[in-house]
Design a binder for this molecule. Sequence first.
Ligand code: PRX
Length: 648
Amino acid sequence: MSEIYNPNPEFAKDAAIPSMDAYWALQNKAIEDYDGFWKGFADEKIEWLAPYDKVLDESDAPFYKWFTNGKLNVSNQCIDRHLDTKADQNAIIFEGDKGDVEHITYGQLSTRVNKMANLLKNEFGVKKGDRVVLYMPMIPEAAYAMLACTRLGAIHSIVFGGFSSEALKDRIEDAEAKIVITADGAFRKGKPYMLKNVVDDALAQGGKSIEAVLVVKRNNEEITWVEGRDHSYNEMIDAQSDVCPFEPMDSEDPLFLLYTSGSTGKPKGVQHSTAGYILWAQMTMEWVFDLRKDDVFWCTADIGWITGHTYIIYGPLAAGTTTVMFEGVPTYPDAGRAWKMVQDHNITQFYTAPTAIRLLHKTGEDEPKKYDLSKLRVLGTVGEPIDPPAWKWYYEVVGNSKCAIVDTYWQTETGGHMISPLPGATPIKPACATFALPGIIAEIIEEDGTPTPVGEKGFMCITRPWPSMIRNIWGDPERFKKAYFGDCKKDEKPVYFTGDGAMIDEDGYITITGRTDDVINVSGHRIGTAEIEAAIKNVDSIAVSAVVGKPHEIKGEGIFAYIVLKVEGSHSTDEMKSEINAVLKKEIGAIALCDAISIVPDVPKTRSGKIMRRILRSIVKGEEITQDTSTLEDPSIVGIIEKIVKEA
Ligand code: PRX
């Protein structure tokens, strides 16, 4: 599709950034006076408890520091400072899987977060700098727990509820967490599912730093209880005072950790800072979703991912809007659920992943027409490239050809949006992330830093530090430098490599083309092939595995494993697939299951033993092999594997 969709003029009139001229005015200001640009917004948006002395300190690059020596508190930024004007406004609208709804005003949010902070502080001794792991369903108590941590200056690390006990244990141990907050379980598709037992298993395997487990009741299913270690939130919370003064935090104090996959080794604890993160969360919320008074914003992510952190909790609450939290799935009890929620809660912005859009399109093409979606103004997508047919359906049927679609490109490490249309300004090309946001200096370059020519694929890089960028990998500064900055320098300064490929067209529009490293994007979730292969090593009969992404109609990419058996012919493909998936479920979680496998006699390797994954990726996509295979140890293996995969 090459059409251009101009912003709706009615809407643009009152937009936060109402034209491309306004966009360029901001971006040019950032280019000309970078510190001044950020200072202006930091002074306007953040309630400083003590002023900062420097906007950006680059002296220890790439360990950048923003707003040095400033003092603030994120729970104040998200709650207290709104109370004078918004105590009775909804902060959170919660809808449970079964349709139960709870409205939580800013006043009530304040009471509950203060009580939870007091509970953590007084009963468990949680203090500034302690790590608190959350293994929680999508219920309001998860939000209270996050904000209570920020109130005390404790660092939360949320582990997505789909991760296994093994994965949870690894994350607890890496962060040396003091306490786990969890729930008995929750509801999905009308049925209860369990979480507490996963915490029990994780702590049976390790996680010795954990002193207490705080359990919230949600589904009231029976759970096992470890006396002395396990504590009931519901029994303890009422006795807590609703006044807990917030801790003044330094701009650069860590706010949270969030583990994510890389192309090598174990998941890394991405460490975010306090001031820079909350500033950009709020700014992008206001610009990209064009927030207005009385808006109701719904992001369908889970709080276990960065999208849930920034655009369910921190961005919306810092901006003082109403955010929707949903426990269930958008296709239960039917494919109209999401649209019914949009209607019932008067939702004005809807933000989801392409995988959900494809699913909703496929399972309920005409469903949106059954509901009143007229309040919607902005539709967002995130997490993976969106394909033009899904984009078009989203635009025409869900948005009634009136809403702007913001295809937001960013990552766990970037903290907030990097490249995205602005709904009142950007003429949109479908399925294209368009332009870097004001203040973000993005370039598509070659490995050595030279610009990639127009129309060709290069590396998506951010060439100036930005406030909400990752500060470190928890406990591993060397890996931080190596994973993101490489050797490339621009104006003597390190350049941030996103790990994604991108292309720029003759009009300056940026299209993200997908990962350039060994990371697979399954339904918008990042999974490292190295992690999957390490788990598969636990299957005894397997000599070698090589994992690649395979295009998938709904998920975007699925997981495909090439397997070499220790004894050729000893097992069938079905047997191996179920054995592998049992191991993956145990080691990582249900999100990392293989869609398909192929048993092959060998994998293509160079003479030095390196597996040529690019060839394996091409084979599974059915692409012609264009790579030079003459350097392989055994070039004939390529044809053999191609035949096996084709016939499978
Ligand atoms: O490959 C890019 C893809 O998702 C990766 C980041 O994954 P994660 O850290 O889990 O965060 C997901 C939510 C921000 C990126 O490196 N990605 C994200 N947004 C887009 C995207 N790919 C294409 N278009 C997008 N809009």
